[in-house]
Design a protein around this ligand. Structure first.
Ligand code: XMP
Length: 511
């Protein structure tokens, strides 16, 4: 079955992924494509509707991005957001002008709630405006359906051609009920029914994987992270024991984590799992190394070596499974905005394993959809909602050189911190929290004894994208309990400090 599709033409705005996610939250499948996608490609994809994103350009700029000519004549409904609205105006003969000053922030927009786009809305609504250019005159055949004090045409429609423009950003949380505007576009204007549901995605992908792989062999590197776990379980449902997972345990995971991962995959899902306990190997390579970047490099390289050795024992496999997800694909430069980084999962095939083809079953999913898929597949909640954990693991949370003793100290302290955060019910609101073993020793007193021991730092941040974040205002009573438990229960720690720096200027990790 082919799902209803909304195409999102990427004009370089910062909220493009968010628009795609909002559409999917309304149970309609969406894809982000470059702004200049050809008419043939569009027709081939046969979307129910098209959304133009915002973008930093001005329509009069020399290299202003434009959609393919004739797009507005395809009879497909279009919603232009911000730059998208201005472009629609410009291409259809209206007038775009430059305002004297930028309008920014949640702004009262007066709207015509008779429009299908604004059905169910009050006449005044707070929406996020962020623009300098604005539509001075709507094109022929269009009607004004919204304005603000400084923007005469904040929304417009041509109902006959099903073309709509809005100057504000419905996709961000600052726009009250913004998602409802998107919903109205999808259901009232494009005629979508909302057929994108995770349970059918799971069913369909298992069927597709079965067909593609048949009785050939696939190999998957399992880290215990959400993406690789969900990819592995999906594959195993499709091809059973023809899937082999290799779990390289570098010994730098959190307390009990290696065993938990093994237990879930071996016992709950009966997956063909090879666990390689390589802690000694990693620790000996890391001995005496203090530079964070060197630690990362050594771990990355050693990881490949171990994986390669194990894979060689299996011999040639037909498919290598990768947990690439949709944001990786978008960020790798599909659209215009997005040549930010070239993600290692996309395009670059590892040359150290003998395989014929790559399979990426989560390539079309956003992170929250990967999580829903995981739940649908029966993966336990604590794994599905696991906080991010860096590949190099605890190695970058031990400042200075890494030893087995230090690892033990950190694992214990970190486990106490995580346990108390969960006990206090804070584990869902704090996005990442962990302990760091600093290389600072200080004087303390325990009973009548003088001590000279380590300092543990606690780190907890609230963030949506992990690019920026604020330190979490954990109640003093919780911090007090954590601190007292750590110094009482963890040998060689006599001081606990709490990191009250946001990102920027600090990073989330200490190394
Ligand atoms: P920073 O410390 O840069 O971290 O603010 C942002 C997010 O990235 C994670 N992180 C890593 N993840 N390998 C990873 O897989 C790494 O080397 C690495 N360094 C940081 C960090 O945990 C946070 O979620």
């Amino acid at each position: 079955m082919k799902n209803e599709l909304i195409l999102i033409l990427d004009f370089g705005g910062q909220y493009n992924q968010l628009i795609a996610r909002r559409v999917r939250e309304c149970n309609v499948y969406s894809e982000v494509v470059p702004y200049n996608i050809s008419l043939e490609k569009i027709k081939e994809k046969n979307p129910k509707g098209i959304i133009f994103t915002g973008g930093p350009s001005s329509v009069y700029g020399k290299d202003a991005p434009r959609c393919a000519e004739g797009l507005f004549d395809l009879g497909i409904p279009v919603l232009g957001i911000c730059y998208g609205m201005q472009l629609m105006t410009y291409l259809l003969g209206g007038k775009v002008a430059k305002a004297e000053k930028r309008e920014y922030g949640t702004t009262d927009v007066s709207i015509d709630n008779n429009s299908l786009l604004f059905q169910g809305f009050e006449k005044q609504n707070g929406f996020l405006m962020s623009h300098t250019d604005f539509v001075e005159k709507v094109p022929e055949g269009f009607k004004n359906i919204g304005s603000t004090l400084s923007c005469p045409n904040a929304a417009m429609e041509n109902t006959k051609k099903k073309l709509y423009g809005i100057q504000f950003h419905p996709e961000v949380n600052n726009s009250v009920n913004g998602t409802q505007v998107i919903k109205n576009f999808l259901f009232n204007i494009c005629g979508c029914t909302g057929d994108w549901i995770i349970s059918s995605f799971v069913e369909e992908s298992i069927a597709k994987l079965k067909e593609k792989i048949g009785d050939k062999k696939a190999l998957c590197a399992l880290s215990g992270g959400v993406d690789s776990s969900v990819a592995a379980v999906l594959l195993s449902k499709a091809i059973g024991k023809n899937l082999t997972c290799i779990f390289v345990d570098h010994g730098l995971l959190r307390k009990n984590e290696g065993d938990e991962v093994e237990n879930i995959f071996r016992n709950q899902f009966d997956i063909n799992l090879i666990r390689v306990n390589a802690k000694d190997r990693f620790l000996s390579k890391l001995a005496g190394v203090t530079d964070p970047e060197r630690k990362r490099k050594i771990i990355g390289e050693e990881f490949i070596r171990v994986f390669e050795e194990e894979a060689k024992k299996i011999g040639t496999v037909d498919f290598l499974v990768q947990g690439t997800i949709y944001p990786d694909v978008i960020e790798s430069g599909l659209g215009k905005s997005s040549v930010i980084k070239s993600h290692h999962n996309v395009g670059g095939l590892p040359d150290y394993v003998d395989f014929k083809e790559i399979v990426e079953p989560l390539r079309d999913l956003f992170k929250d959809e990967v999580r829903q898929t995981g739940l649908e597949l029966g993966i336990p909640e604590n794994l599905v909602f696991r906080q991010p954990f860096p590949g190099p693991g605890l190695a970058i949370r031990i400042i200075g050189d890494i030893t087995d003793d230090k690892l033990t100290i950190l694992k214990e302290a970190d486990s106490i911190f995580r346990e108390e955060i969960t006990n206090a019910g804070l584990h869902k609101s704090i996005n990442q929290y962990f302990a760091v073993l600093t290389n600072l020793k200080s004087v303390g007193v325990m009973g009548d004894e003088r001590t000279y021991d380590y300092t543990i730092a606690l780190r907890a941040v609230e963030t949506t994208d992990f690019m920026t974040g604020v330190w979490s205002k954990i109640p003093y009573s919780v911090l007090e309990k954590v601190s007292s438990r750590i110094v009482n229960e963890v040998k060689h720690v006599n001081r606990v400090v709490y990191d009250i720096t946001s990102k920027p200027p600090a990073t989330i990790e200490w190394e």
